[in-house]
Write a protein that binds this ligand. Structure first.
Ligand code: FBP
Length: 370
């Protein structure tokens, strides 16, 4: 065992034990806070948080509400997907990047666009399912300052097999003049300019997790009252975890530094957890700690996942919860300047201790100039 691995291994084992104890303690605190307390709904929480922003005009509140409504409608269809003829491929065939569209993808996309037209707080959208940006007609004399981009149903290839899927969204202030239509430039902003970001996970229960740059909170949908209720206040990602998340099937196609790190994970007896729906994997990591990586492969030399509506929003959430997110050139995801709407990126995201660990492997083994 090289001195490099000895040092990594000794650091790792002590950190794991400390972190596991703390994560358990935190989790305990989290749940007791809500029980017996008055239910706090998403809408109420959004309105209350509005006063944290001096320049708040209620626009962002309206937008987050619209997304909450869309999530409830999509949730209803996802939950009964197995019953009605909404699973399987859509007649619309492939989307602009050759991914086979699922019926629920198309449905979720339509519902999000419809709901974001409601409040008039959104002037344009960009979606994984649409080639170009879509300008939203203004409501009355309202001049909206926000653009929204989203992946309507992430992990959609899992729908037919009843595995959890999710919606991912990011909100930016437009840079173009409000008197005219929004432009692509309004969407090509670095991730650290996000005003808000979040996801909805349609899993064993449906949870909406979001941040406005002041911490991360999760709201579980109570179908009996049709409300998202605060269930995960101020989520903090554990410093270290005991699982790694990667499509190990691509192992032989990964670069040396990734193979070395994956070897290290199994030497450390980390468990391999890979659902194949990024929202689900990241949600688990936010709560239990761990690391998720999607490096470059031969099929996706620049990585598979989309920078604007997958990597950026999830990176803001994880960073806001105390985690880290970088690409395999060791650049912070949120500092990457986008050049295309649907550009892909490599990503390493999760517990700060584990991302730093992988960073050390890239610095040590990468043949590429970093
Ligand atoms: P979609 O947005 O097209 O569903 O693709 C994203 C995704 O499904 C992620 O959720 C997941 O982490 C990844 O692709 C799985 O990719 P692979 O099957 O190559 O491991």
């Amino acid at each position: 065992m090289t001195p490099f691995l000895n040092q990594i291994q000794s650091e790792t084992s002590t950190t794991i034990m400390a972190t596991a104890k703390k994560a358990a303690a935190d989790n305990g605190v989290l749940h007791s806070q809500t029980s017996g307390n008055r239910i706090i709904t998403l809408d109420e929480f959004i309105i209350r948080s509005e006063k944290d922003f001096d320049y708040a005009t209620g626009e962002l509140t309206g937008l987050l509400r619209d997304i909450g409504v869309a999530a409830k409608i999509i949730n209803r269809e996802v939950n009964k997907a197995g019953l009605v003829n909404i699973v399987g491929e859509a007649d619309s065939g492939e989307n602009h990047s050759g991914d086979m569209q699922q019926k629920l993808d198309v449905y979720a996309n339509e519902k999000l666009i419809e709901c974001l037209q409601n409040s008039g707080e959104c002037c344009a959208i960009a979606s994984e399912e649409n080639t170009d940006i879509l300008n939203i007609p203004p409501v009355g004399s309202k001049k909206s300052h926000y653009v929204v981009m989203f992946d309507p149903l992430d992990g959609s290839s899992n729908i037919d097999v009843n595995v959890s899927v999710g919606t991912i969204f990011a909100i930016y202030r437009r840079e173009s003049d409000v008197s005219g239509p929004a432009t692509k430039a309004d969407f090509l902003q670095a991730g650290n300019k996000q005003i808000a970001a979040g996801y909805v996970l349609y899993g064993t229960s449906t949870i909406l997790v979001y941040t406005t740059g002041r911490g991360v909170n999760g709201f579980t949908l109570d179908p009996s009252i049709g409300e998202f209720c605060l269930s995960h206040r101020n989520m903090r990602i554990p410093e270290h975890g005991q699982t790694y998340s990667v499509n190990q099937g691509y192992y032989s196609k990964f670069d040396l530094e990734m193979r070395r790190y994956i070897d290290h994970c199994s030497d450390q007896n980390y468990g391999l957890r890979y659902i194949g729906s990024m929202v689900s994997d990241i949600h688990r990591i936010l709560i239990q700690g761990g690391i998720f990586l999607y490096p470059s492969t031969r099929k996706y030399p620049k990585g598979k996942l989309r920078l604007l509506y997958e990597c950026n929003p999830l990176s803001l959430l994880v960073e806001q919860a105390g985690g880290k997110a970088i690409n395999t050139q060791l650049k912070r995801i949120l500092e990457v300047e986008p050049t295309e709407l649907h550009q892909r990126s490599t990503i390493v995201i999760g517990s700060p201790g584990m991302v730093d660990e992988l960073k050390a492997f890239i610095e040590r083994y990468s043949a590429l100039p970093l």
